[in-house]
Design a protein. Structure first.
Lengths: 112, 111
């Protein structure tokens, strides 16, 4: 069965550095999402992406964050000037039209 | 952004107890309701896709019902086990393909 894959599985970065989290959605999916879960807290929606543009974003998704689908297969989340509070599990998801979301296994981001 | 509410927000039950929780959503522009199970630090698992009013779905000890006219869905877990501990999320899918997760119910099953 096709899967959503995320790399790396664990990213350790110094505070203030930029980080790019990568996701390869399922190939015929049209809608793409990023979520995060800070340890011990609820899952938070960050952004949804369709037709090469952001369709919806949460208050968390400020100017520090950006998403891109540079080559039609990868879907990336860039976090600029990382802060300690950005440490979390970041999950990517994709879905087809009117279908459930399929999630990757997540990237654990640790900011030191 | 639509309001998709789940209650209770968190729940602690003893192993062996049966439990249920609710997802409330707008009854207009409804296309489908999905249930997901999300264990901490793991990727979510889709449990059910429900589209018709009166739908009932079952997967092992977990089942769900759907009432699209009044805008709610129940998820039931029979004989809860510690491995059922997770956050259970419903998601509303609208006719225009909007997708909104609910607020989630965090279930803890105490051995």
């Amino acid at each position: 069965e096709p899967e959503v894959t995320q790399t790396p599985s664990h990213q350790v970065t110094q505070m203030g550095q930029e980080v790019i989290l990568r996701c390869v959605p399922i190939s015929n999916h049209l809608y793409f999402y990023w979520y995060r879960q800070i340890l011990g807290q609820k899952v938070e929606f960050l952004v949804s992406f369709y037709n090469n543009e952001i369709s919806e974003k949460s208050e968390i998704f400020d100017d520090q964050f950006s998403v891109e689908r540079p080559d039609g297969s990868n879907f990336t989340l860039k976090i600029r000037s990382t802060k300690l509070e950005d440490s979390a599990m970041y999950f990517c998801a994709s879905r087809g039209l009117l279908q459930p979301q399929h999630f990757g296994d997540g990237t654990r981001l640790s900011i030191l | 952004i639509l309001n998709v509410e789940q209650s209770p927000q968190s729940l602690h039950v003893q192993e062996g107890d049966s439990t249920n929780f609710t997802c409330s959503f707008p009854s207009s522009n409804f296309y489908a309701l999905h249930w997901y199970r999300w264990e901490t630090a793991k990727s979510p698992e889709a449990l059910f896709v429900m589209t018709l009013n009166g739908d009932e779905k079952k997967k092992g000890r977990i089942s769900a019902t759907l009432n699209t006219k009044e805008g709610y869905s129940y998820l039931y877990i029979k004989g809860s086990q510690p491995e059922d501990s997770a956050t259970y999320l419903c998601a509303f899918i609208g006719l225009s393909n909007q997708f909104y997760f609910g607020t989630g119910t965090s279930l803890t099953v105490i051995p």
